[in-house]
Design a protein around this ligand. Structure first.
Ligand SMILES: [Zn+2]
Ligand SMILES: [Zn+2]
Length: 365
């Protein structure tokens, strides 16, 4: 009787494993279009600090189609900046009007789709709140037109799915573009942890080197316009941006109040490890995810720590690089933590099949 039960359970386990492999090894290929442009940066930074802080669109809540309200033009510029509006106006200029027109309604619907919100085309509170939140400066164009709504996968890639073809990547910090209110050791430790999140799931190691010019991945903190056509905008707003493989550049807005030790005393404090983990995802080839729990979701609230990779992040990066041989054990550790009431169960959140597989693996061990 006991033997029969074991055999039956093993059969069930086998079926679950096959299901898992089918879902994760052959996810729907998500379309992705525009890849950030390559560029060269000057050795000398042009400092133009914008007076703007974060975008605050709260006065636009419930503005109706057809109405003319001051601030709508700013919203159109915001949506244009992140890839939701191509050209505006008959002359293709960027002179946006304050009229809530049909183009804006379509752009709002697309934004809601990409950010995992109910698609209403209206400026409801949740949409406006998200648009007012700090976010990554990488455009969402690679998310647009993906047909993944009926699948569980929400991750995306850039253009032709560029990736690194090496199992060892070097990274270095700019010696000129750096923060003056955190120590070098504090910044380096935050990045070591951020790289570690990705290294624990893929067979790629990250090694810090001194030479910024020859490192694969180049990390710097910049203010305002820094010659890559993606100027930073002061406190909050856009926090950082990175470029797809094999560009290797990642820039952080030096105007932010970056914190490395969980000291969220300031209302505008932003956790460096969290944003670094997100940007490293871009450096490795991931685009934005519409899954709110994913590290690759475009926005993050101030005073928030979000460093644990979600199943969606892991599924996306595994498809590009394959799995780290230690991945299974790490996952099991996280599962045990979550079962014990720990806080590191995010890897499993929202994915029943992944959860079932790990339970099965525990039973087999
Ligand atoms: Zn991003
Ligand atoms: Zn930049």
């Amino acid at each position: 009787m006991t033997q029969n039960l074991i055999h039956r359970n093993r059969g069930l386990c086998f079926v679950l494993i096959i299901l898992y492999v089918l879902v994760f090894c052959f996810p729907r290929r998500l379309s992705a279009r525009n890849q950030p442009e390559e560029y060269t940066t000057n050795a000398t930074q042009t400092i133009k600090v914008s007076n703007a802080t974060r975008h605050d669109f709260s006065r636009l809540i419930d503005v109706q189609l057809g109405s003319h309200v001051s601030g709508v033009s700013e919203l159109k510029r915001y949506l244009h900046r992140f890839g939701y509006v191509k050209d505006y106006g008959t002359d293709g200029s960027k002179n946006f009007s304050d009229v809530f027109d049909g183009h804006l309604q379509s752009a709002i619907s697309l934004y809601q789709q990409n950010l995992g919100l109910p698609i209403t085309g209206r400026l409801d509170t949740s949409t406006v709140t998200l648009m007012s939140s700090p976010r990554c400066g990488v455009s969402d164009t690679h998310m647009i037109n993906n047909n993944s709504l009926h699948t569980t996968a929400r991750y995306t890639y850039f253009g032709d799915e560029p990736k690194w073809n090496s199992d060892r990547l070097t990274y270095a910090f700019s010696k000129t573009h750096k923060l003056d209110y955190l120590t070098s050791d504090e910044v380096k430790a935050a990045f070591r942890r951020a790289f570690g999140h990705w290294a624990s799931v893929i067979p790629v190691s990250f090694e810090e080197v001194e030479d910024y010019t020859t490192a694969n991945l180049k990390i710097g903190f910049f203010v305002g316009d820094h010659d890559d056509e993606l100027p930073f905008d002061g406190v909050l707003g856009t926090l950082a941006h990175a470029f797809a493989p094999k560009n290797g550049q990642v820039h952080f807005d030096a105007a932010e109040t970056w914190v490395v030790n969980g000291d969220f005393g300031s209302k505008v404090a932003v956790d460096l490890e969290s944003v670094a983990t997100h940007e490293i995802g871009h450096l490795l080839g991931l685009g934005h995810s519409s899954h709110k729990l994913a590290v690759m979701y475009p926005t993050i609230r101030p005073r928030t720590k979000k460093v644990d990779l979600a199943v969606d992040d892991v599924a996306g990066i595994l498809k590009l690089y394959g799995a780290n041989p230690k991945l299974r054990l790490d996952s099991l550790t996280e599962l045990k933590d979550s079962l014990n009431g720990g806080v590191s169960g995010r890897f499993l959140s929202g994915n029943v099949i992944g959860y079932a597989l790990l339970v099965v693996l525990i039973l087999l061990l």
